[in-house]
Design a binder for this molecule. Structure first.
Ligand code: HEC
Ligand code: HEC
Ligand code: HEC
Ligand code: HEC
Ligand code: HEC
Length: 374
């Protein structure tokens, strides 16, 4: 009798341990839980696209999702793998044949790429279509990089085997590439950086003033507002140099991209270079140069799930040095104003995406503006 009990007991343990392990992978402390002790980091994070990655919070994402066959036919939000990875029903969102949509009323669907999710990424599995994050099973044990830290009353801190938190690998589970069923890479970035010691984390998570936590004052902490195409553009402008040189025919504008990936990554984007010459009282606006990567099918632009080719790509590439010529002669005393910026959504697709009246999609974002005197 005793023996049987033991067997049942151990079976029960095995059973409960394994189901608990499964459950834990989809159970994350909420962002709100970090606020009391990591106030500044929490506030920066609250303004980032990582919290606004859901259809309910990102109108651009919603506009594309609204057109997607998986929404209209399958009612299954496969995008959840990267856009709502902390959802309590992520398995259903990803298992073929099930129905699972992100909703406003479920808090876990609106946490975005949450604090606890990102800090529990243990490893990255490399795959053809898109990579997969392996989440540690310990619910409140977070990967960190600070070798010298005090203990946290709320969670454990893991600083062994944490290279991925420093070298940018933690980002490539979602950002490396996303291929569609035709093998077309819809969006991708590059982990191999040529700029000395730079990587996703050093460029997109710089050190800024303010404390890591309220319990142990430090001068600096890692910025968690994730500067990118939507916000905090000024924090990245130093990675693109603009130069203007006069020559016999007119002048040249030189753009040097120091980042390890194309200036913009998503095929929705349209970057624009605006150049004007100010000569005394007169301002002459020269022709805009535009940069984009257009994807499509049968020679026409198409949605990411239909496209099978890159039709045109003149986006500023990783580490590219591009020279643009202007045949406008400069006189002594002239000033050349150069503005580099972008529309998050190419104005050509605003109408089909029903985004014509949505400010974030229609506004021109200024990335860098410089004046040159001759
Ligand atoms: C493999 C991970 C992954 C999957 C799966 C994924 N995305 Fe994304 N998505 C990203 C990343 C990373 C970005 C940010 C890219 C950037 O800013 O260049 C992004 C950005 C976007 C944007 C731009 C949003 C904006 O505000 O400008 C749209 C639109 C979008 N995704 C739509 C979708 C849709 C619709 C699905 C599902 C059908 C989906 N994505 C599935 C990773 C993914
Ligand atoms: C997209 C992934 C990601 C998300 C989301 C994220 N972090 Fe981080 N966090 C990191 C990385 C990577 C580092 C290490 C940066 C370094 O070494 O410079 C870090 C560092 C930290 C640090 C310690 C180091 C320091 O100097 O500041 C704390 C504390 C922290 N994060 C808390 C949070 C909290 C709280 C949130 C949510 C409000 C959050 N993180 C969201 C990736 C993330
Ligand atoms: C009760 C206070 C408290 C709460 C709540 C809290 N933390 Fe912390 N956390 C700390 C302290 C204290 C440290 C150590 C700071 C130091 O030594 O400078 C820390 C450090 C960290 C580190 C950095 C480890 C390192 O050394 O790089 C990460 C990552 C982290 N916390 C994530 C989180 C996340 C994510 C949440 C919310 C889910 C959270 N913390 C909630 C107190 C807290
Ligand atoms: C779980 C998936 C996931 C991980 C891990 C992740 N991201 Fe993201 N990231 C996204 C998605 C999805 C978006 C697009 C959200 C949107 O626009 O709706 C995004 C957007 C961004 C943006 C664009 C912000 C903007 O203003 O346009 C930057 C920059 C970024 N991530 C950097 C990072 C860095 C750096 C890391 C690693 C420390 C990281 N991400 C890790 C999914 C992820
Ligand atoms: C040398 C600095 C540098 C490195 C390294 C770098 N980036 Fe960037 N990143 C930039 C610059 C500059 C931009 C364009 C300016 C902006 O978006 O504000 C940018 C833009 C982005 C965007 C927004 C693109 C869009 O179309 O919405 C994402 C997402 C992003 N980077 C993710 C990453 C990831 C992930 C890595 C690592 C694999 C990485 N970056 C490495 C500098 C860098």
């Amino acid at each position: 009798m005793k023996k049987v009990m033991f067997l049942i007991a151990s079976l029960l343990t095995v059973f409960s341990v394994s189901t608990m392990a499964n459950d834990d992978v989809h159970k994350f402390a909420s962002n709100e839980d970090c606020k009391a002790c990591h106030t500044q980091i929490y506030e920066e994070f609250s303004g980032s696209m990582h919290v606004h990655s859901t259809p309910q919070k990102d109108p651009i994402h919603k506009a594309v999702w609204d057109k997607h066959p998986a929404k209209n036919k399958k009612e299954q939000y496969g995008c959840g793998k990267c856009h709502t990875p902390a959802a309590d029903n992520l398995d259903k969102m990803l298992n073929k044949g099930e129905k699972a949509m992100p909703v406003m009323s479920n808090k876990t669907h609106q946490e975005g790429i949450s604090c606890a999710y990102c800090h529990r990424i243990e490893a990255i599995e490399l795959h053809k279509k898109s990579n997969t994050n392996i989440i540690s099973k310990k619910e409140k044990n977070y990967f960190g990089t600070k070798k010298k830290h005090i203990n946290s009353p709320f969670h454990g801190i893991v600083t062994d085997g944490n290279e991925h938190m420093q070298n940018g690998n933690v980002c490539i589970g979602c950002h490396s590439h996303k291929k569609n069923k035709y093998g077309l890479n819809v969006c991708s970035t590059n982990i191999d950086n040529t700029l000395d010691k730079a990587n996703c984390v050093s460029c997109h998570m710089p050190k800024v003033d303010g404390s890591v936590s309220n319990l142990n004052k430090t001068d600096k902490h890692t910025f968690h507002g994730f500067p990118g195409a939507h916000s905090n553009l000024d924090m990245l402008e130093k990675y693109v140099d603009i130069k203007v040189k006069k020559d016999s025919k007119g002048f040249k504008v030189n753009l040097q991209n120091h980042s390890s990936h194309s200036l913009l990554l998503h095929p929705l984007r349209l970057a624009v270079l605006k150049v004007s010459v100010i000569s005394g009282e007169k301002t002459t606006k020269l022709k805009d140069e535009t940069f984009a990567r257009v994807i499509g099918k049968d020679g026409k632009p198409a949605m990411p799930w239909v496209a099978d080719k890159t039709l045109r790509d003149n986006m500023l590439q990783a580490n590219e040095n591009r020279t643009l010529k202007y045949d406008h002669k400069l006189k002594k005393g002239d000033r050349v104003d150069v503005t580099l910026g972008w529309f998050l959504v190419n104005p050509k697709v605003l109408k089909p995406l029903k985004l014509k009246d949505v400010e974030v999609a229609t506004k021109f974002n200024i990335f860098k503006k410089e004046s040159f005197n001759f």
